[in-house]
Design a protein. Structure first.
Length: 179
């Protein structure tokens, strides 16, 4: 009986320490400055690309310049949203909050979409420019990893790892479906 109580107490202590550790890591991550975050991303990229010291020395200033240019292009906050503080202090669900937003006019939607398209063009032009810069020191595959948005890079990894939507799909064979 005492051993079971002791093991239960030990298990609870370990569980609590894990929760506290996770909270501390999250807080530490939230306190990181923009420069620290960029430095961490750069180190991760250097490691992922497996760069030697000479290539890292050439890569680092271009990558920092690229990060700053991409950050400068981040879209501004949407201008056609409900005023902040309107529902502050009230117990309002996200669905109710969306309903409370004013309906956009066709003209406002047109302006918003034009801004989004312009933003996408600027980002595409910036990626193309920096792809060419990175290609002077990196292979095509390495430059692609740097330039391509993260969501596009994760798809092949999911398929290789057995995750994703295709894991239950039969491999090979000649399948025909009749209606």
């Amino acid at each position: 009986m005492r051993t079971r109580d002791f093991l239960f107490g030990l298990g609870m202590a370990l569980l609590c320490s894990q929760v506290v550790n996770a909270q501390e890591n999250r807080q530490r991550h939230q306190r990181m400055s923009k420069e620290e975050m960029q430095e961490m991303q750069m180190k991760r990229m250097v490691k992922e690309l497996k760069l030697d010291e000479a290539t890292t020395a050439k890569f680092t200033p271009i990558y920092k310049e690229y990060q700053e240019a991409m950050a400068a292009l981040q879209p501004e906050r949407p201008e056609f949203t409900a005023p902040q503080g309107e529902n502050e202090g009230k117990d309002v669900s996200k669905k109710e909050e969306r309903k409370a937003r004013p309906q956009l006019t066709d003209e406002q939607i047109d302006k918003m979409m034009e801004k989004r398209f312009e933003q996408a063009k600027k980002q595409t032009n910036l990626r193309e420019t920096y792809y060419k810069k990175f290609r002077t020191i990196l292979s095509a595959e390495q430059a692609r990893k740097v330039i391509e948005p993260a969501q596009h890079q994760s798809r092949p990894q999911m398929q290789r790892g057995g995750g994703g939507m295709n894991r239950h799909r039969p491999q090979g064979g000649n399948f025909s479906f009749r209606h």
